[in-house]
Design a protein around this ligand. Sequence first.
Ligand code: ZN
Length: 288
Amino acid sequence: MGFRLANVEGRAVLVEGGDFFDLEATSEGFFRPDPMEAYRRWAELSALAPGLTSGTPTGALADVELGPPVPRPQKCFAVGLNYQSHADEAGLDVPAVPLVFTKFPSCLVGPTADVELRSDGCDYEGELVVVIGTGGKDIAKADAWSHVAGLTIGQDISDRPAQFAASPPHFDLAKSFDTFGPMGPFVVSVDQFDNPDDLRIVVDVNNETRQNDSTARMIFDVPTLISYLSRITTLLPGDVIFTGTPDGIGLAQGKLLADGDVITTKIEGIGSMTNRCVRVSDYVEAAN
Ligand code: ZN
């Protein structure tokens, strides 16, 4: 049981060790190539995956560049201030209900993609990302995990000047610049985790550890987020939730991202992803 699903050139692949298996080919057409289709059929996939990765692999991961494992979610939610330590460093009160905003799906990129900085005020936020498998409305907390296809690693990159240019801040725009949603390397099915509610999350920038916490310390845990969101909007297969970041962000430490910085984001049971920052043109004309 269980799968690790990745995206190679827009096609769903199953990952086993350092190898990958094209899902459509290894299933002889039973599954279509679109990764989004795989999330709709996640339970079938989880049952069949071991048998689909026993033959000759399509290729080696080392030879390909992975895309975002969820390339086109209909909805991409993100949660602010979901760890006490992060609320404390931001000097903000913990919200009474989840503080939810949107990252536009167009910002999602793969686990080795460059992050394009368009100001000198950009920041990292390592986050656990939940991928919905079975959609639904009014999902009970007790049932929530059964709606999840899998988990992956995300970076909720933020342009702080853009975020605080408006009051109240506009989270959505400032966190949706192109390339501001690296994710991957794989979506790992929930059945692969001993305890999906307690996963170590670590972010290093240039090999210096900046964030190090456990997802068990979320204020609103994964079932609560799913239940809350589903009482407002119907969740669909492939929808994703960036679940918030622990303390240690650049803004709080005076260590915002610069050209050439390398962000490594690790989550227990999933793996790691590494993204390099590239300073490109400013998004606003310099004032004169
Ligand atoms: Zn965030």
